[in-house]
Design a protein around this ligand. Structure first.
Ligand SMILES: [Zn+2]
Length: 248
């Protein structure tokens, strides 16, 4: 493991363009439960019934009540952990170009990263279905669900529900980054959800090094990634940063 930490630190300091792809696993240590996998929200509720745009349009009160309100509460209580902070330090040091994240929790920006592509949008902002006005999650009056804009329209999070398209700009920029990076860090994601999942593949096809930091092996391991460092992302980032700032 120590060897893999050293290799990763060396690869980061030697790379010309480093891109990170992050998923739910990076925020678990911040108290945000994942949607997928063991203990995930989708084990308790059916995403097609609560996280599909059709479900929202049909019964916004139900989706607000079960999914959105609780997610906003988790996010409000959460703070960036050492993995988020490590990535923010890398960006400040000029060693990280961009984060492509599947997360909607805003913790990368809270940690200080400036260049973050939020593939699935975010819950920090909500907008009105009628007039389009934007409002932060904190400003929303939840005394009645679904919450409404001052114009009377229903508010929804600025996220990508199932059944909705990822913004074409986000997609094309991410693809370009995957094509042109020489190191991709895949952190806290099993990379099975498309199109985010294709980014490590594109990076690999363009001869980038792909390093996984995950709790356990994923479909990428041994196929797409050069190697995996298993364990808690926060601990691993502390050791990588230590190596970069004090070691090498
Ligand atoms: Zn409105």
């Amino acid at each position: 493991m120590e060897d893999l930490i050293k290799r990763t630190a060396k690869a980061i300091s030697g790379a010309k363009k480093v891109v990170a792809l992050t998923g739910a696993g990076i925020s678990v240590e911040s108290g945000i439960p994942p949607f997928r996998g063991k203990g995930g929200l989708w084990e308790k509720i059916d995403p097609m019934e609560y996280a599909h745009i059709d479900a929202f349009m049909k019964d916004p009160k139900k989706v607000w009540d079960v999914l959105i309100r609780e997610t906003n509460e988790f996010i409000e209580k959460a703070a960036p952990n050492d993995a988020h902070l490590g990535l923010a330090r890398l960006e400040k040091m000029g060693m990280l170009k961009t984060i492509i994240t599947q997360n909607i929790d805003g913790l990368h920006q809270a940690a200080g990263n400036l260049d973050v592509i939020e593939f699935h949008g975010n819950f920090a902002w909500h907008y009105c279905l009628d007039c389009g006005e934007k409002i932060t999650a904190k400003e929303i009056d939840l005394s009645e669900l679904p919450p409404r804009c001052h114009c009377g329209g229903i508010l929804r999070p600025d996220c990508v529900f199932f059944g909705e398209m990822i913004l074409p700009d986000h997609l094309s920029r991410s693809r370009h980054l995957a094509e042109t990076c020489d190191l991709m860090l895949v952190v806290g994601t099993s990379a099975i959800v498309h199109p985010a999942a294709t980014m490590p593949l594109i990076a690999r096809e363009n001869n980038a090094m792909v390093v996984e930091i995950n709790m356990e092996a994923t479909p990428l391991t041994g196929v797409v990634s050069d190697f995996i460092i298993t364990g808690k992302a926060g601990d691993i980032f502390n050791r990588i940063m230590d190596e970069l700032e004090n070691g090498v």
